[in-house]
Design a protein around this ligand. Structure first.
Ligand code: FBP
Length: 262
C-alpha cells in the first residue's frame, strides 16, 4: 500500500463506500425491495450525499452515468465481477482495464480476491496487474477480500477475516474490504493484521436500522476505517436517512442512539 493513495475516496482517513455492483453479483433480485434502485441514476444521486466518499460500480454503469456525476461523485471502478448464474468454484472475471477506468475518470479501483478458492492463484496474478497499473495512474486500490471456496465457503471467523485483511496488505491494497468478523475484538485483530492499510466492513444483507448501526459502530470501535455498503442503504425505503445516521457513526463518532435520533 502507499500512504494517502486512497485520498480521493476517503475523508479524514475514513471511508463510506456505496457499493452498487449488485446487478452483476446478485442480479435483479437485489432491486426488488426498492424497485426504483434498478435505475442507476437513483444510486448515483444517493452517492452525492456528503457522507459517501466513493461509489463502486461496474464498467457499463460507469460508462452510462459517471460522465453526468464526475464533479460530485468519486468513482471506484469495480474491475472484476461474476454473476450469481456462475456455479463454479469462486472466481471473478476482469471486466475492464485500469487504463479504461482511468480514461473514464475513476479515482480508485476495486478488485475481488477469493482467497482459498481454487482460482486464488490466477486471481492474485490478475490483482497484481491491476494494482501496478493503478499505481501508474495514481489510483487507490480497494480489495474485496472474501476468503471462500473449497472447504471455506463464505467464512467470517476471526482468524479468516484477519487473514483476509493481511492478504490486502501483502498484495498491495490500500483498503481491504472484509465481512464483519463478529466482535470489535476480532475486528481489532483484523485491523492490526492490515498494518498501515485501511479496513472497511462490508455491509451485508439488509438488517433493521438499530442492528445494522450497532454492527457498524462495533466495527469502528474495533478499528475499522469505515464501511462499504450496498443493500443496507439502497434496499431501504429511506436511504438518505440511513446515510445521515452512518455519517454520524463513522465521521462524527456519534453513538447509535444519537445517530438514530438524527
Ligand atoms: P452489501 O453491502 O450489499 O453486502 O454489498 C457489499 C458487496 O461486497 C457488494 O460490493 C457485492 O455486490 C456483494 O457484497 C457481494 O456479496 P456476496 O459475494 O457475499 O454475495
Amino acid at each position: 500500500m502507499i500512504p494517502d493513495a486512497d485520498e480521493a475516496i476517503t475523508r479524514d482517513g475514513k471511508a463510506l463506500i456505496l457499493a452498487y455492483d449488485h446487478g452483476i453479483e446478485h442480479g435483479p433480485v437485489d432491486f426488488e425491495p426498492n424497485p426504483e434502485t434498478a435505475d442507476p441514476e437513483r444510486v448515483f444521486d444517493l452517492a452525492t450525499h456528503d457522507a459517501v466518499t466513493a461509489l463502486a460500480v461496474g464498467k457499463g454503469v460507469a460508462e452510462a452515468y459517471y460522465p453526468s456525476y464526475d464533479d460530485d461523485v468519486s468513482l471506484l471502478a469495480k474491475l472484476n465481477g461474476t454473476s450469481n448464474l456462475w456455479m463454479g468454484e469462486p472466481d471473478s472475471a476482469v471486466n475492464w482495464s485500469v487504463e479504461y477506468a482511468a480514461e473514464l475518470g475513476a479515482d480508485a479501483i476495486g478488485f475481488t480476491l477469493y482467497g482459498g478458492s481454487n482460482n486464488e492463484v490466477e486471481m492474485a496474478e490478475e490483482f497484481r496487474d491491476a494494482q501496478e497499473a493503478a499505481r501508474e495512474h495514481d489510483m487507490g486500490v480497494v480489495m474485496w477480500s472474501y476468503p471462500r471456496g473449497q472447504g471455506l465457503k463464505n467464512d467470517t471467523s476471526p482468524g479468516t477475516i484477519a487473514y483476509a485483511t493481511r492478504l490486502g496488505l501483502e498484495l498491495g491494497a490500500d483498503i481491504a474490504k472484509v465481512k464483519y468478523p463478529g466482535s470489535p475484538e476480532a475486528m481489532a485483530e483484523a485491523a492490526r493484521m492490515a498494518g498501515p492499510a485501511k479496513v472497511v466492513m462490508s455491509g451485508g444483507s439488509k438488517a433493521d436500522d438499530r442492528a445494522f448501526l450497532e454492527t457498524v459502530a462495533s466495527a469502528i470501535e474495533g478499528g475499522a476505517n469505515g464501511l462499504a455498503v450496498g443493500r443496507n442503504v439502497f434496499q431501504r425505503e429511506n436511504p438518505v436517512e440511513i446515510l445521515d445516521a452512518l455519517e454520524a457513526v463513522i465521521f462524527e463518532e456519534a453513538s447509535v442512539e444519537e445517530a438514530l435520533e438524527h
